[in-house]
Design a protein around this ligand. Structure first.
Ligand SMILES: [Cu+2]
Length: 118
């Protein structure tokens, strides 16, 4: 049993180190790590999210064959991912505080509430 302990500890240490290094790299380059918004079965998942100003949402098309097209059109902030192929992703930095509803240009019932705090 004792022989396994150093191996397990070493493995865990590597994972922690990798997470820290990855976090630092992302922090230096892009700000905080993005929150993933999955688009699957004609829904955004999650349907609501609270983030801080300057944080990033990563829109991922997790549907096997469907296109998605997330967009937001508000007075203070807007974006448009364009048509997203299955498997593709698109990052959006929310730089303006507010309450927003993101829609899909292809599936009118898809809605995502984004609440951006200061
Ligand atoms: Cu869609």
């Amino acid at each position: 049993m004792a022989r396994f302990l150093p191996l397990r500890a070493g493995g865990l240490g590597f994972q922690i180190t990798a997470a820290i290094v990855g976090g630092l790299f992302a922090g230096a380059a892009l700000g905080a790590a993005p929150y993933t918004i999955s688009q699957k079965d004609r829904e955004f998942r999650p349907r609501e999210i609270i983030i801080k100003r300057g944080e990033t949402l990563r829109f991922v098309n997790d549907d096997g064959e469907l296109l998605h097209h997330a967009y937001l059109s508000a007075d203070s902030f807007d974006f448009d991912t364009g048509d997203q192929q299955p498997g593709s992703q698109f990052d959006v930095v929310f730089s303006v505080p507010g309450d927003y509803t993101v829609l899909c240009g292809i599936h009118p019932k898809m809605k995502l509430g984004v609440h951006v705090t200061k």
